[in-house]
Design a protein around this ligand. Structure first.
Ligand code: HDE
Length: 703
């Protein structure tokens, strides 16, 4: 294998000019050759043959045809041609990092799984957070569910908790999944829209699938436009079982809760980020980990037994239902820290193979019919994506505990087992692996009875109660965003009957919501509501379902942009930068040009970003510190006007000095409580920690 050192060697010479670097020579055609010198390995083929010339193919003569004989060219190009593997049909775009899980509270009473019983133990893990609908090259900020998949390399085998940032799902049975995905993906005749639910086929399917209504409330909420992957929750979604040493089973739901709290973008902001930085979330995660600000989540569980489950006003095996925290409180048992970016995106983030069927002893599945289907699907997917039953040998997928069995051969087998015995039981190899009834995986002995059939439990029939509970649990701002998201999406649907059908469903959720959406899409009268299969219940509201309620009063992990220009006041910039840094947030200096900016006192300050390429959507709050001359100059600059208008429109705190005030005036912005004199940094920091929710009604018509 060519070593990556070859690349390092090449990089060494990169900064030296060819004229100065003795290892660089110029060929006949003026091309540059970098030759291996001391400490630099030879560039070789995959067979280890040293390569003399990596710039020219083998040709019959100087101007002649290229020869088939050129095995170096053919090997290089052939490998290149096969660089891609099929992208994931869903969750193709993802960002991942290594880290660990540390247990803080033992669940020994409930499970034998070591990862959940050994306090203080750090289990290595690999977490991949993804969008669902778009391709691998799509943008990071569409309105979409985020996948939240964690592979924990436990001492007893890998545990893959493959969840989402939303605790419920669209459908109740796995057999409907291909239809759901076909409906949401690009429409097959036209090949668009990429990465969007706002189109006819998605809403057509949804309007004919009442069980999706609870999930619809979640996806139309701001949960699907997160500010950062570091600020999303993760949910195992399905009920799982924990099995203790006596073989008793307890049901469990898993929750990952971000240390930085929940934070979302404003829809208009998410749309603009998509253009300004398509890699916004990936870069954010990379930057945080590179800076040592490691993203962290708590792992919390909801534990309940069969009897409690029977008393719930819903069926916990139905994946379109959640268990409100108010009904079964969350117990925090440990934390996950992501502290290492992958060495190689393809080898790790792309090749990681999650399977919900990967669980260690002490954890078991429930009968959730969606989970049951997933137990089959993911292994099958890995076989087609990674092309071999040996995908578990790829380093990111391999368990970190010993593993051994009698499975052999297959495509890309990397192991070289010794000996003549590849079967069990055997009497010929005493040291060959054997089953272990004491510590081996044992399924819970659930009683199963009843008639076989393509059936669904009556207890799955209530499709509206929790949707209603979700909507009514939101703050007024969140309700307005949700209704407006529905208006936006349905306005992109061409077929009137689909729009009407959706408003019909909304009537079963909340009449006011239905009316708001009907007004927003200009329906003359409300369509009829479909008859619910089960009566809609008025469940107690659950404030834990809000985002605003779960935002933390912190600036930690956020970013403040300071717009400056030649002549800006150094003291003001320094003062605000220091305060922001003290809050564990980052400052970026934005100016009309990158490089050094000459401040009023003659000192130089390096700008991190150029104004036109670094709009205010990149920041959680902004400050504008300008001389009056610069303010007048920037008043004629569209990028500067957009910078402050968008910051205002996205409900951000804006810190200003006199020049900043002048720019805001030119932009036609009426200062409100979120526009703060930079001489009051504490006030600015307090405002920067949240959004100026009350401003929204003054600048945007929401449904
Ligand atoms: Fe997945 N899902 N899914 N899914 N899913 C995949 O597996 C599937 C479902 C989830 O970062 C695929 O390796 C079926 C629920 C995540 O690599 C595929 C059903 C939840 C990821 C697949 C579901 C998820 C996937 C595509 C219905 C939340 C990305 C590539 C029965 C609890 C993992 C792959 C990563 C990926 C099938 C429903 C989460 C095709 C059949 C519910 C986070 O196998």
């Amino acid at each position: 294998m060519p070593t990556s050192k070859a690349a390092t060697g090449a990089a060494k010479g990169k900064n030296a000019s060819p004229a100065q670097d003795p290892s660089v020579s110029v060929g006949n055609g003026g091309e540059l050759h970098q030759q291996a010198g001391a400490g630099q390995p030879d560039l070789t083929t995959n067979q280890g043959v040293p390569i003399a010339d990596n710039q020219n193919s083998l040709r019959a003569n100087r101007k002649g045809p290229t020869l088939l004989e050129d095995f170096i060219l053919r090997e290089k190009i052939t490998h290149f041609d096969h660089e891609r593997i099929p992208e994931r049909i869903v969750h193709a775009r993802g960002t991942a990092a290594h880290g660990f899980f540390e247990l803080e509270k033992s669940l020994e009473k409930y499970t034998t799984a070591k990862i959940l019983t050994e306090i203080g133990e750090q289990t290595p893990l690999f977490t991949r957070i993804s969008t669902v609908a778009g391709g691998a090259g799509s943008v990071d900020t569409p309105r979409d569910v985020r996948g939240f998949a964690v592979k924990m390399y436990t001492k007893e085998g890998n545990w893959d908790l493959v969840g989402n940032n939303i605790p419920v799902f669209f459908i109740q049975d796995a057999i409907k999944f291909p239809d759901l995905v076909h409906a949401v993906k690009m429409e097959p005749d036209r090949g668009f829209p990429q990465s969007a639910t706002a189109h006819d086929t998605f809403w057509d399917f949804i309007s004919l699938t009442p069980e999706s209504m609870h999930m619809v409330m979640w996806i139309m909420s701001d949960r699907t436009i997160p500010r950062s992957l570091r600020m999303v929750e993760g949910f195992g979604v399905h009920s799982f079982r924990l099995i203790n040493a006596d073989g008793d089973s307890t049901f469990v739901k898993f929750h990952w809760r971000p240390k930085l709290g929940l934070q979302s973008t404003i829809w208009d902001e998410a749309v603009k980020i998509a253009g300004a930085d398509p890699d916004y979330h990936r870069r954010d995660m990379f930057d945080a980990i590179s800076a040592g600000a490691f993203p962290e989540w708590e792992l919390a569980v909801q534990l309940f037994n069969e009897e409690q489950a029977d008393s719930f006003p819903f069926d916990h095996l139905d994946p379109t239902k959640l268990i409100p925290e108010e009904l079964v409180p969350l117990e925090v048992i440990g934390r996950m820290v992501l502290n290492r970016w992958p060495d190689n995106f393809f080898a790790e983030t792309e090749q990681v193979a999650f399977c919900p069927s990967h669980i260690p002893p002490g954890i078991d599945f429930s009968n959730d019919p969606l989970l049951q289907g997933r137990l089959f699907s993911y292994l099958d997917t890995q076989l087609s994506r990674l092309g071999s039953p040996n995908f578990h040998q790829i380093p990111v997928n391999a368990p970190k505990c010993p593993f051994a069995n009698h499975q052999r051969d297959g495509h890309m087998q990397m192991q070289q087992p010794k000996g003549r015995v590849a079967y069990e039981p055997n009497s010929l190899a005493n040291d060959s692996p054997r089953e272990n009834p004491a510590t081996g995986f044992t399924s819970f002995g659930a009683d199963e009875s009843g008639a076989k059939g393509r059936v669904r439990a009556e207890s799955f029939a209530d499709h509206y109660s929790q949707a209603r509970q979700f909507y009514l649990s939101q703050t007024a701002h969140e309700q307005a965003h949700l209704a407006s998201a529905l208006v936006f999406e349905l306005s992109k649907v061409d077929h009137l009957h689909i729009r009407e059908a959706m408003v019909g469903h909304l009537l079963n959720i909340d009449e006011d919501l239905a009316q708001r959406v009907a007004n927003g899409i200009n329906l003359d009268k409300l369509p009829p509501a479909p008859k619910p299969a089960a009566p809609v219940q008025d469940l107690a509201v659950s404030p834990a379902l809000q985002i605003i309620g779960k935002m933390k009063d912190t600036l930690e992990g956020r970013m403040v942009g300071i717009l400056i220009a030649d002549g800006s006041d150094k003291k003001s910039i320094d003062a605000i930068s220091k305060r922001v840094a003290a809050e564990k947030a980052t400052v970026k200096i934005i100016a009309p040009k990158v490089g050094n900016i000459k401040l009023a006192d003659g000192s130089l300050l390096k700008a991190d970003g150029q104004l036109a390429g670094t709009p205010s959507v990149m920041f959680d709050a902004v400050a504008v510190i300008l001389s009056t001359d610069a303010a007048a100059m920037l008043g004629k600059e569209a990028a500067a006007i957009d910078f402050v208008r968008d910051a205002y429109g996205h409900l951000k705190a804006i810190g200003i000095d006199e020049g900043g005030q002048a720019l805001l005036q030119t932009a036609g912005i009426d200062p409100d409580a979120g526009v703060i004199e930079i001489t009051a940094p504490d006030k600015f920091i307090a405002a920067a920690k949240t959004r100026q929710w009350d401003r929204e009604a003054t600048i945007r018509t929401l449904a």
